[in-house]
Every structure is written in structure tokens, then in C-alpha cells.
Ligand binder design. Structure first.
Ligand code: ASP
Length: 295
């Protein structure tokens, strides 16, 4: 049985420094390798995507966990979503502060909260009630804010400082798929702003019947076309993972003028990706083949 994982480090401008982009690509390769190691041993797709995203959350040049962009008030508010395609269970967290690994907290929401989605003060209280490890804001902020001031006038939409969000999707040897997305959100966002990333069907979706998908880009546009579920629906009509990602990006462009990127793995184990930004670091591993990484 095929197993596969593909990860991304955010669709955006990536035009500030070649070294930073290389660091992001290397982190993606390391994350794909770590996820693959779990799949190789018969581990679950959910375990693989969580482990991969944990590595990306630790990478300081990526906008998730450590390295998250501060909001307009200088706080870090992070969003994350994880979904298991076997039974469509999901866990999401929004505007969470002072955790290094929001995706792991989202998974605990999925497994232990009795709910799907926790936000703000209630999310904080849940984290504390399960003894989830907390950190200081200073541990999340990095000196070089590495903000790509990407201004794209498309469809009348002005987009700045997107990119560096992280995500992973995988299929395990049992044919189960899973998806995970984690972000600090857009730079300088208004306090309380929540993007597409934690919204089911927008920031990610996973369904064994079709595919697992993670999205990145300008959240205000991505959520309006429910982009990750749309990729799954395209796969359901017979498109490959890659063609489905490309079609969904075209829908995003034509219906909203927005920019973004997608990764997907379909139920046959084929990986795909697409983006309409300048770059999107990604890496994938299929069975025991060498990891492929690029942007
Ligand atoms: N989609 C994320 C958001 O809007 C940002 C990103 O992907 O870089 O919060």
C-alpha cells in the first residue's frame, strides 16, 4: 500500500532573502522525512502530519509557533486545524496565545474536549486544564520579523505580508488520510482576526473518500471559496490531486482575485500542489523514494 506525505511552508512573496527561503525548504524536507518515518513504520496519517507540523512550528523563518507574526498590538495569536479523514473528526483552535505547538493543542481539542473548535479565553482554559505546555510571547517572536511586504493589486484586493504558514497532508498504509495547518496569521492583523487556517474546509480538509488538503495564502479570500473542501470535491469528480489543486487556485483567482497555495494527497496516494504567489516552499516523500523539495 502506498504511503505519502507532502508539506508546505506558506505561499507568499518569499522575496526578502534567498537564505531564508533555503531555510524554509530545508525545514520542509526535514518535516517530510519525519512524517515519512512514521508512515514507514505503519504509523497513522494523523501522527505523521502532527509530527511534520511540529517541526515546521519550530522553524523560526516560518509563521507558525516560533516565528509567528505579531498582530497590531504586538501579541501573537495563532490558529490551527487538524483533521482525520478516516472518520472526519477534527480539532481546531483560534487566537491561541503562548503555546509552541498549536497543532498539538488542536489535536487535543479533537480528542479530549468534546468539541471541534475552541477559541480565545476558552481555548486558554482548555489548554491549562489538560496541562498543555505554555511558553512566553518572547519565545514565539523572533528578531527578524521576515515580513514579505507583498502587495498585489488583483481584483481590487490589497494583500500584504502573507506567507510562511505551515501545513502537512498524508496518507498511511491503511489508506487513511489526514491534514494539518498551523499559522500565526497575517502580519499586523487586527487583534481577534481569524483567517482561513482553522476553518474546516478552508484551511484544511481530509476525507478518505477523496483527499487531504492544506491551504495557505490570503485568508480573507481563501475562506470565501472554502478552498480545501473544493479540492476534495474536484478529486471526487475524477481529477488528480495536482489538477484539483490547480483548478481550485483558478477558482480562487477568478472568484476573489486572491492569492494562495495548496498541497494535497488523494486517496490513491498521489501528491499535488499549486500556488499563484511568487513561491511556496514544499517537500514530499512517496513510499521510500528520496524526499523532493523546492519552492
Ligand atoms: N492563510 C493564512 C491566514 O490568512 C496566512 C498564510 O497562509 O500565510 O491567516
Amino acid at each position: 500500500m502506498t504511503f505519502a506525505i507532502i508539506v508546505h511552508g506558506g505561499a507568499g512573496g518569499w522575496n526578502r532573502s534567498a537564505a531564508r527561503k533555503q531555510e524554509a525548504i530545508a525545514a520542509c524536507a526535514q518535516a517530510a522525512e519525519a512524517g515519512r518515518a512514521i508512515l514507514q513504520q505503519g504509523g497513522s496519517a494523523v501522527d505523521a502530519v502532527e509530527a511534520a507540523v511540529n517541526i515546521l512550528e519550530d522553524c523560526p523563518v516560518l509563521d507558525a509557533g516560533r516565528g509567528s507574526y505579531p498582530n497590531a498590538e504586538g501579541n501573537v495569536e495563532m490558529d490551527a486545524l487538524i483533521m482525520d479523514g478516516q472518520d472526519l473528526t477534527m480539532g481546531a483552535i483560534a487566537a491561541i496565545q503562548r503555546v509552541r505547538h498549536p497543532i498539538s493543542l488542536a489535536r487535543r481539542v479533537m480528542l479530549e474536549s468534546g468539541h471541534n473548535f475552541l477559541v480565545g479565553a476558552g481555548a486558554d482554559a482548555f489548554a491549562d486544564s489538560i496541562g498543555f505546555e505554555r511558553c512566553s510571547v518572547e519565545e514565539l517572536l523572533v528578531d527578524d520579523l521576515h515580513i514579505d511586504e507583498m502587495t498585489v493589486a488583483a481584483g481590487g484586493v490589497r494583500m500584504e505580508a502573507i506567507g510562511d504558514t505551515v501545513g502537512a497532508v498524508a496518507i498511511d498504509i491503511h489508506g487513511n488520510v489526514a491534514a494539518a495547518t498551523s499559522t500565526g496569521g497575517t502580519a499586523n492583523k487586527r487583534a481577534g482576526r481569524v483567517g482561513d487556517s482553522p476553518l474546516v474546509g478552508s484551511g484544511a480538509y481530509a476525507d478518505n473518500w477523496t483527499a487531504a488538503v492544506s491551504a495557505t495564502g490570503y485568508g480573507e479570500a481563501l475562506m470565501r471559496v472554502v478552498i480545501s473542501k473544493r479540492v476534495c470535491d474536484f478529486v471526487g469528480t475524477g481529477l488528480s490531486a495536482r489538477a484539483a489543486c490547480e483548478s481550485a487556485i483558478r477558482v480562487l483567482e477568478e472568484r476573489t482575485g486572491g492569492v494562495g497555495g495548496l498541497i494535497a494527497v488523494d486517496a490513491r496516494g498521489q501528491v499535488g500542489w499549486a500556488y499563484n504567489t511568487l513561491a511556496m516552499p514544499y517537500a514530499y516523500a512517496v513510499n521510500n523514494d528520496p524526499v523532493v523539495s523546492d519552492s
